[in-house]
Design a protein around this ligand. Structure first.
Ligand SMILES: [Zn+2]
Length: 261
């Protein structure tokens, strides 16, 4: 019986996360086109038909419709399903890692972490499509950093201040010397995130971002899908590194520093 209740609770938590990230999918689609993210019903991008309630259930609708619009039959991008699944897992991960609170929902620490992951998802999606990271996301991360001063007191103000510069300043220096090394949006993302995560985790995030971005780049070069002159959005890989560092950044830094001694 307890297993059943726990299973249902996990499903409910997954569903809440999937719903929030379903909204992030809308933000990713609409914001670059200057469309309102709250007004206007969801519609099929191919035929323009307004979606019914049955077609708006995160994860479930996509699977029932086998990834096709039930009006015109055109393919729906698997990104929507991917984003919703990441949202569900993000909610469960934040709860397991940072604790659940009242009504079995997220604690304030968990909520802050989940909000950060939602912002990273929007940043990654929009940067992938348009190679732009909007300043409003940097500001939102800074506001989370201010709240983290209170919710995550294990990282003091100076730890965060050093974190803001630890990765962003070398990136800025490199960008000034080598044209196009990093975009301004990437640098600001690492500055704001450094203030949120602290200096150790932000260095780990940069390392993971470089490894994942570098691996992707080599893979694309090997498949001749990318030439040496091409540029690709680095934001999504930074977002992957930042998301991982949110959970394991301090532990990885501690482990690394321990083997140095
Ligand atoms: Zn359609």
């Amino acid at each position: 019986m307890i297993a059943l209740i726990n299973g249902l609770l996990a499903l409910l938590r997954f569903a809440i996360g999937a719903c929030v990230f379903s909204f992030i999918n809308v933000v990713i689609c609409r914001l670059p086109h200057g469309e309102s993210v709250v007004r206007g019903r969801s519609h099929c991008p191919a035929c323009g038909r307004t979606l019914t309630a049955r077609e708006l259930i995160p994860c479930v609708s996509f699977l029932i419709q086998k990834g096709k619009c039930s009006g015109c039959g055109s393919r729906i991008s698997g990104r929507y399903l991917l984003g919703e699944c990441i949202g569900g897992l993000a909610f469960l991960g934040c709860g397991a890692w940072f604790g659940y609170g009242e009504w079995g929902l997220l604690s304030l620490r968990g909520l802050l972490a989940f909000a950060y992951l939602a912002i990273l998802m929007a940043v990654a999606g929009i940067d992938w499509d348009t190679r732009i990271i909007y300043d409003r996301f940097h500001i939102a991360i800074l506001l989370l950093g201010a709240a983290a001063l209170w919710l995550f007191p294990e990282h003091g103000f100076f730890d965060r201040l050093i974190g803001a510069g630890a990765v962003a300043l070398p990136m800025l220096g490199l960008a000034l010397c080598v044209e196009g090394a990093f975009g301004g949006g990437d640098i600001k993302l690492m500055a704001a995130s450094g203030f949120l995560l602290g200096w150790k985790a932000i260095v780990v995030a940069m390392f993971l971002g470089l490894v994942s971005g570098g691996t992707y780049c080599l893979w694309m070069l090997a498949r001749k899908r990318l030439s040496r002159k091409d540029r690709f959005a680095f934001g999504p890989f930074l977002a992957v590194g930042l998301a991982a560092a949110l959970f394991w950044g301090d532990a990885i830094a501690k482990w690394y520093l321990s083997i140095l001694q």
